[in-house]
Ligand binder design. Structure first.
Ligand code: NAG
Ligand code: NAG
Length: 512
C-alpha cells in the first residue's frame, strides 16, 4: 500500500542562501569517514511473542497515546496552523522559534510513526511553503533552529523519503551554515538573518561565551545532512567542533568534562567552574554515543569523548539519594551539578533537573553500543531515579529542579531523620522559625528531599524518553508500566480544552 500522494510539492524560498556570503574561507573540508560502516551491537531486547492479554493492554495504551496526540494536532491545525506554537489555554498561535512553524516541522516524524499519513502529507505541503529566506525575527538561535527544524525535516525525510523535505533541509542548512562563518569556524549563538544575507556584512566574530550544548549539539543534524547530500561542507562544519572538544577534553577544571559555558573564540575551556548534565550542556554529551552509531563506528573519537566524560560523570555528578526506604534508595541514582572553584577540585551540588533525566537513556544506549554492561546498570538506576521523582509527587509528575540528600557511600546509606531535618533547616535559612517537619509539609518535600527550587512541569519529554529506551533495551515490563503511569499523570494534570499546558506546581499545592 502506498499512501503517498502523486502530486509533487512546490518549495518556496524568497532568498537562495547558497548566494549568501561566507567570508572566512575554508581551504579543505574534512571528509566523512571512509569505509564500510561497522556492524554495531544490537540495541533492542529480543522480545518474546506477546500473550493475548499483554497485547490487548499495550494496544489500549497505544491508542490512548495516539488519541491524545490527534486531539492536540487538531487544535494546532485549527487554531495555529504553521505557527511555531499553540497556546494551550487561550488557543492562540505563538511565534517563538523563527516563525517557521516549529510545531509543524517537529511533529512530522510523530505523524509518520503514528500512521497519520494524510496529516503527514498535509504537513509536508505546509513545510514546502515555509520561506526560510526570511524570518519575522531579527535573529534566530542556531542551536534551537538546528535541533527543531533541521532535525525535524531530516528525520521526516529519512522516514518518508519525500524529496521536498530534503530540499527544505538543504535550504535551511545553507542558512545555518553561515553561523560557522567565524574566524575559527565555531558557530554563532544567534544568527542575524538580514545581516547574514548582506554581501558586505562586517565579519562575524566567534563567541566568547557560548553554552556547551549550543556548541556541541549540532553534530547529528549536520552529519546526517552531509550523508544524504554527499556535501562535505556540512560535515566539516561539525567535525571541526568535535576535534576542538577532543583537544580540550583534558584541559578543563574537571578533565574529561566541559563546563556549561565556554569561550569558543579563544578555545579556552578552563576558566568556567560550573559543570552539569542539565541545562546548557546536556545534548552535547547525549550526541557522543549517537554520533558513534550514526557514523557506523567509523570515527573512534566519539567513543573516546563518551568514555572519558562518562567516567567523570560517574565519579563527580552521580549520587545515590538518602531516602527513608533504604532498599528503594539503593536502586536509584540522580545526577547533580558540580562546581570546581580550584582546578581539579569538584564539589557536588545534589540538585537534579528534569532535563537531566535524558541521562539514563544515554548510559543504557551507550552501554549497548560500547558493550559496557555496567553503564546499562547506571542507566537503569538513573531512569529509576526519575520514575521515583515522578511517583513521589502528588500529581505523579516530577519537578523541574529539586534537591535531595546525597549518600556519602553508594553501597550503604541508612536513613537518618536528623540529618535530613538539619539539611532542610540549613537550606531554608533563618527566616523560617518553623521546624523542619513544618517546612517539609509546607513545601511538599518527601522524606530525603531538601528543596524544590522549581516546582513546574514544562511538558518536558526527557524522563519518559529514558523510560522508553530502557524498556526497549532491557525488555523489562516495569518500564512500560512506569511510562503509562507517567503518561496518565501528565494528561490528567495538563489537559486543556485545546491541548496540554505547563503545570505551575507539581506538588499540587497551588493551582495551575
Ligand atoms: C587555561 O588554559 C590556557 C591555555 O591552555 C593556559 O594558558 C592557562 O594557564 C589555563 N588556565 C588555568 C586557570 O588553568
Ligand atoms: C544522623 O545525622 C546527624 C546529623 O547529621 C549525626 O550527628 C548523627 O550522628 C547521625 N546518626 C547516625 C545514627 O548516623
Amino acid at each position: 500500500m502506498n499512501d503517498r500522494p502523486s502530486r509533487s510539492y512546490k518549495s518556496r524560498q524568497s532568498f537562495d542562501w547558497r548566494t549568501a556570503p561566507f567570508q572566512h574561507e575554508i581551504k579543505s573540508y574534512t571528509p566523512l569517514p571512509d569505509g564500510r560502516p561497522r556492524a554495531l551491537p544490537r540495541i533492542q531486547f529480543d522480545f518474546p511473542p506477546e500473550t493475548k492479554a499483554q497485547r490487548e493492554r499495550r494496544e489500549t495504551q497505544r491508542v490512548a497515546v495516539r488519541n491524545e496526540f490527534i486531539r492536540t494536532w487538531k487544535s494546532y491545525r485549527a487554531y495555529a496552523w504553521a505557527e511555531d506554537e499553540l497556546k494551550p489555554i487561550t488557543g492562540a498561535g505563538l511565534e517563538s522559534f523563527g516563525g517557521w512553524g516549529a510545531t509543524l516541522v517537529d511533529s512530522l516524524d510523530t505523524l509518520w510513526i503514528m500512521g497519520l499519513k494524510e496529516e503527514f502529507y498535509e504537513g509536508v505541503q505546509a513545510v514546502a511553503a515555509i520561506d526560510f529566506g526570511k524570518s519575522n525575527m531579527k535573529t534566530v538561535s542556531v542551536f534551537e533552529t538546528t535541533i527543531r527544524y533541521l532535525g525535524g525535516m531530516l528525520s521526516a525525510y529519512d522516514l518518508s523519503e519525500e524529496p521536498v523535505l530534503l530540499e527544505k533541509a538543504v535550504q535551511l542548512g545553507e542558512m545555518l551554515y553561515r553561523a560557522f562563518d567565524t574566524e575559527n569556524h565555531t558557530p554563532l549563538n544567534w544568527l542575524d538573518i538580514e545581516k547574514a544575507k548582506d554581501p558586505e556584512h562586517s565579519a562575524f566574530k566567534a563567541e566568547t561565551n557560548i553554552c556547551f550544548a549550543c556548541l556541541g549539539s549540532l553534530t547529528m543534524e549536520f552529519t546526517r545532512l552531509a550523508q544524504i547530500t554527499r556535501e562535505p561542507r556540512y560535515y566539516d562544519a561539525v567535525a571541526r567542533i568535535t576535534r576542538l572538544l577532543d583537544r580540550t577534553q583534558d584541559t578543563t577544571r574537571i578533565p574529561g568534562l566541559w563546563p556549561t559555558n565556554v569561550d569558543a573564540r579563544n578555545e579556552e575551556f578552563n576558566t568556567s567552574r560550573h559543570f552539569s548534565l542539565g541545562a546548557l550542556a546536556d545534548s552535547t554529551y547525549e550526541y557522543f554515543p549517537k554520533m558513534h552509531a550514526l557514523l557506523g563506528g567509523l570515527d573512534p573519537v566519539y567513543r573516546k569523548l563518551y568514555a572519558d566524560s562518562a567516567a567523570k560523570i560517574d565519579t563527580h555528578l552521580l549520587f545515590r539519594p538518602q531516602l527513608e526506604d533504604e532498599h528503594l534508595s539503593a536502586s536509584l541514582l540522580f545526577c547533580g551539578d558540580t562546581h570546581s572553584s580550584r582546578p581539579n577540585e569538584a564539589t557536588l551540588e545534589p540538585e537534579m533537573q528534569h532535563l537531566t533525566c535524558f541521562i539514563g537513556g544515554m548510559f543504557a544506549l551507550a552501554g549497548r553500543l560500547f558493550n559496557t554492561p555496567s553503564h546499562i546498570t547506571l542507566g537503569e538506576k538513573l531512569t529509576r531515579g526519575c520514575i521515583y521523582a515522578y511517583a513521589a509527587m502528588p500529581t505523579g509528575i516530577g519537578p523541574e529542579i529539586f534537591k535531595v540528600i546525597p549518600c556519602a557511600d553508594r553501597s550503604s546509606c541508612p536513613w537518618n531523620a536528623t540529618h535530613w531535618e538539619d539539611a532542610i533547616l540549613r537550606g531554608h535559612g533563618t527566616k523560617y522559625s518553623s521546624s523542619a517537619a513544618q517546612i517539609a509539609a509546607e513545601k511538599g518535600l518527601p522524606k530525603g528531599w531538601t528543596g524544590i527550587r522549581d516546582k513546574r512541569y514544562l511538558l518536558r519529554p526527557e524522563a519518559i524518553e529514558s523510560v522508553f529506551l530502557l524498556h526497549r533495551i532491557t525488555g523489562n515490563q516495569d518500564y512500560a508500566d512506569a511510562a503509562w503511569d507517567m503518561f496518565t499523570s501528565v494528561v490528567s494534570a495538563t489537559r486543556t480544552s485545546y491541548a496540554n499546558a505547563q503545570l505551575l506546581d507539581v506538588t499540587g499545592q497551588t493551582g495551575r
